[in-house]
Design a protein around this ligand. Structure first.
Ligand code: AMP
Length: 414
């Protein structure tokens, strides 16, 4: 026997017993988002590397160390998508969606790839559901996006949910803030972790995320971005909060909230679950008013979020796996008559299966019980008659093969 090959680290198989919960999540997401006018979009799994370098930002962890980048046969640099927003903005520009009624509201669901340290709740291939509203800077877009994600999480039974919101202001105010923050970090440089020290120039905001005790101590007295917001941004943020209140969203304003992506401006938010361990973020997002322009489109505002499917399922009480009911099990041997019988049964809307393991009479009954099958049929050797057994009643009768489907549809009793 050859050596066993296992799935790569940080990936997982979705087994049949887990598939139902994922399908239910997708179904609920469709209902919640499409009721609010979001339409499904699907973008390629790989894109030009340049899209993420520009869109997500050169200074981010994602671009610096987490992308699966490869050269294709034609020598182009391609990257497995690490997130969805940049791709959706690219599609918006590429398909001239700015000509449609604004904002264009899109949602998506699919696999994403990041070369991260694999651990509980953190994978290298994971699934995200996301929603983007491109083309409006109305604070109602922000509040509605947050409301939709909290609604979805609530509907799915996610437990211990905590919503944090903040405003990063526009790039210009963030620039002033950055300078002030860098000054603060430099003053206390000797107490910072090496990693934070190395990033004072490139990405000082990430210092808020550090779990290093010395750094955390320094960050307690750091200047806060909300004190640097210009009046427009402050007003925008207040309007978002007022709408969240009107929508009964429970949240905290957290001025230390930073997101791992460069493109955010103004509103940002993150949702965590206390039911999860270290990787507790269920989802997050924010406003990215410069991003469409950055990927080559006209200046266009945008707002969106993404949430991790695996973590949502972990935070939700998993519903019992319910296999679809089997109406009819047709016993072996499988010849043309048996084959046609199940095909006819399915055409009539029944769930029908063949015994594909040539089970004995007793074996078929056992298998039918395991499947919860309502009826079992044995076709006689003449191919015209069948023995049809009502499993629940324990009754069996001889019927014409042509009548089996009608009898099962009519059930119970023979
Ligand atoms: P982000 O855009 O990085 O904030 O990701 C949005 C959401 O996707 C997070 O809140 C997580 O729920 C999920 N997520 C991100 N990275 C991973 C990962 N490596 N494994 C599992 N879920 C992830």
């Amino acid at each position: 026997m050859s050596e066993r090959i296992q799935a790569p680290r940080g990936t997982y198989d979705v087994l049949p017993e887990q598939a139902a919960a994922r399908a239910a999540l997708e179904e609920r997401a469709r209902e919640v988002l499409e009721a609010a006018g979001y339409e499904r979009v699907e973008t390629p799994i790989f894109e030009h590397t340049e899209l993420f370098a520009r869109g997500v930002g050169e200074s981010t962890d994602i671009v610096q160390k987490e992308m699966y980048t490869f050269e294709d046969g034609g020598g182009r640099s391609l990257t497995l998508r690490p997130e969805g927003t940049a791709s959706v903005c690219r599609a918006y520009v590429e398909h001239g969606m700015h000509k449609l009624a604004q904002p264009v509201k899109l949602w998506y669901l699919g696999p994403y790839f990041r070369y991260e340290r694999a651990q509980a709740g953190r994978f290298r291939q994971f699934w995200q559901i996301g929603a983007e509203a491109i083309g409006s800077e109305d604070p109602a877009v922000d509040a509605e996006a947050i409301l939709l994600l909290t609604t979805l999480l609530g509907d799915l039974g996610a437990r211990g949910v905590h919503v944090r919101v903040s405003s990063l202001g526009k790039l210009e105010s963030r620039q002033h803030y950055r300078v002030a923050l860098q000054g603060h970090l430099r003053t206390h440089e000797d107490r910072l972790s090496q990693e934070v020290r190395d990033r004072i120039e490139l990405n000082p905001l990430r210092a808020f995320d550090a779990d290093h005790p010395g750094t955390q101590e320094v960050m307690r007295t750091a200047p806060l971005l909300r004190d640097f917001l210009d009046p427009d941004d402050a007003e925008h943020f207040n309007a978002v909060c007022a709408l969240l209140d009107a929508g009964d969203v429970v949240y905290d304003v957290d001025p230390t909230l930073v997101r791992g992506l460069d493109y955010y401006q103004r509103t940002v938010f993150e949702i965590h679950s206390s039911e999860l361990g270290a990787q507790s973020a269920l989802g997050g997002g924010g406003r990215y008013d410069g991003l469409v322009e950055q990927v080559g489109g006209p200046a266009t505002p945008g707002m969106g979020w993404a949430a991790g499917i695996e973590r949502i399922l972990m935070a939700a009480a998993t519903p019992a796996h319910a296999a679809p009911p089997v109406d009819l099990l047709v016993a072996a041997p499988v010849g043309p008559v048996q084959f046609r019988l199940v095909a006819d049964a399915r055409r009539a809307g029944l769930q029908a299966q063949l015994d594909l393991a040539a089970r004995s009479h007793k074996g078929v009954l056992k298998h039918a019980n395991r499947l919860g099958a309502r009826y079992v049929a044995w076709v006689d050797s003449d191919g015209r008659q069948a023995q049809l057994r009502d499993m629940e009643a324990g009754e069996q009768a001889a019927v014409a093969v042509d009548e089996v489907v009608r009898d099962v549809l009519r059930g119970p009793g023979l």
